[in-house]
Ligand binder design. Structure first.
Ligand SMILES: [Zn+2]
Length: 498
């Protein structure tokens, strides 16, 4: 939703705003005499240099100051989702979401209800909220980069202090090292260190500048800030043997080597494939989850098919490929067109003793550009508040010997492997479909959270352009997608390079 033109203009010129608001007020009085509308004392927003400060002007509604959610979204870089038929608005601030309904005083802040006493209102096509909601954003921890100062009516953003700085790559003989300055001694978490890739996360860290570099044993290294923190990813050449991570005196060093003697002497840890399947590296059970079904068709896809149909079709193709290659039992969470709640899908996977879980979805023209793929794994960070209240999860085994794990920690234990599998599938799809945009992300996806094994979710966006080899979806063949995924899983099971 764009800012109404009148408000946009008014921000630039306070005098013009007053005139425009008077016009707006006059128009509104004519339309709805119960609501009064005029400018209230402005709020100053101070950003870190070099962004100039700005003023946002609340309006009075029945003696209370209201702020446009357009202003809130712009100032705090939130994403808005407006469903006019339900009069519901969601504002997403990174990991936090506020859900409100026009004319209802209770808003949902993440999972907890807050009573604003006065409800959000729809005024000339924009949703306005009582001013306390703006202050609440900072008081409730939704926005941590800014503080609210009541006496001066000021929102003051703090200058960002990056915890990871000046990442550099050095090649010293047979050792390649990435070093960075740490503002505080952040312990990194090694998500995985396989013969082809080392991936570390500084949970919650922030980065001064994203880096891409290569040299020595590192074919391609990236240091990036993700929603989980700062991630160091080193893609390794074929000769890589070992790695070492050290953090001391505010200095990070991640070193990799092709020198086997450094590994046997214990100075470097060996690079080892992630363990998937059983102890012998063989899969006994893989669980595939075709998304949606029954009364939930998912999105409409080009060619007149629906997401639930395409997901089931891809699931069947993937099952054939996996049975052929692995000789494993492949369980589908649904075989037909039935309603299936998310929690039931997770339960089926855990009850079956699945060693890998792949959920399949499609998108049309939404978040993925057409013809692309997005692979998700659950983030390796601390679990969401409230998750601990959920029911414990019973894993395979008889009642006496059943291992009990809480829902919220089930996927946390497999997080590194899930990320490695997700990245490997994304890489394979990028190689198979070089014209496609392929991305790997972490995301708090409900169906993945309770899964006790490595788990990923794949979202495919079919190209609207057709091809003769395509199955029901034009653009690429579902069989080729299934083959690329199955080949990756087969390689992983063999302890292959990921
Ligand atoms: Zn879906």
């Amino acid at each position: 939703m764009r800012l109404p033109a009148t408000v946009d203009a008014g921000r630039r010129a306070g005098a013009a705003l007053r005139v425009l608001l008077l016009i707006a007020a006059a128009a509104l009085f004519a339309a709805a005499p119960a609501i009064g509308l005029q400018g209230a004392p402005a709020i100053t927003v101070i950003y870190p240099d070099p962004q100039p400060a700005e003023r946002i002007t609340p309006i009075w509604l029945r003696g209370v100051r209201y702020i446009s959610t357009n202003d809130i979204a712009r100032v705090f870089r939130a994403t808005k989702y407006w469903r006019p038929e339900l009069r519901k608005l969601s504002l997403r601030f990174g990991d936090h979401t506020i859900r409100l309904t026009v004319d209802a005083p209770v808003v949902l802040v993440d999972e907890s209800a807050k009573n604003l006493v006065l409800p959000p209102r729809l005024v000339r096509g924009a949703v306005y909220v009582p001013e306390p909601l703006l202050q609440g954003l900072m008081e409730w921890g939704i926005v941590t980069a800014a503080v609210w100062d009541e006496p001066t009516r000021t929102v003051r953003f703090r200058a960002p202090v990056h915890t990871v700085r000046q990442a550099q790559l050095w090649v010293r003989g047979r050792v390649t090292e990435v070093s960075a300055t740490l503002l505080k001694t952040l312990p990194p978490r090694v998500l995985y260190a396989t013969p082809s890739e080392v991936r570390l996360l500084f949970e919650g860290g922030t980065l001064d500048t994203a880096r891409v570099f290569g040299g020595g044993v590192v074919t391609s290294g990236t240091v990036t800030e993700t929603s989980d923190g700062v991630e160091v990813r080193l893609v390794l050449g074929p000769d890589a043997r070992g790695y070492a991570v050290s953090v001391n005196a505010h200095r990070l060093k991640v070193a990799v080597t092709d020198d086997g003697d450094l590994v046997s002497s214990g100075l470097f840890s060996p690079l080892e494939p992630i363990s998937l399947g059983g102890a012998d590296g063989k899969f006994r059970t893989v669980v595939i989850d075709p998304g949606h079904g029954g009364s939930d068709p998912g999105v409409a896809l080009p060619g007149g098919t629906t997401e639930k149909e395409a997901a089931l079709e891809l699931a069947r193709a993937l099952r054939l490929e996996l049975q052929d290659r692995l000789g494993a039992r492949v369980v589908l969470t649904r075989e037909g067109d039935i309603d299936l709640p998310l929690t039931r899908r997770s339960e089926i996977a855990n009850e079956a003793g699945g060693e890998l879980f792949v959920s399949l979805h499609f998108d049309a023209e939404g978040s993925i550009r057409s013809g692309g793929f997005r692979v998700y794994a659950f983030p390796p960070t601390a679990t969401a508040a409230g998750a601990a209240e959920r029911l414990p999860l019973a894993l395979e085994g008889d009642a006496g010997g059943a291992e009990l794990k809480p829902w919220d920690s089930a996927q946390a234990a497999a997080a590194g492997s899930s990320i490695a599998v997700g990245q490997a599938i994304a890489d394979a799809l990028a190689r198979t479909f070089p014209q496609s945009r392929v991305a790997f992300r972490t995301g708090r996806i409900g169906v993945l959270e309770p899964i006790a094994s490595p788990a990923v979710l794949l979202e495919c966006a079919p190209s609207p352009r057709g091809g003769p080899e395509a199955m029901s979806l034009r653009g690429y063949s579902l069989r080729d997608v299934a083959k690329a995924i199955a080949q990756t899983i087969q390689d992983l099971a063999r302890g292959g390079r990921v």
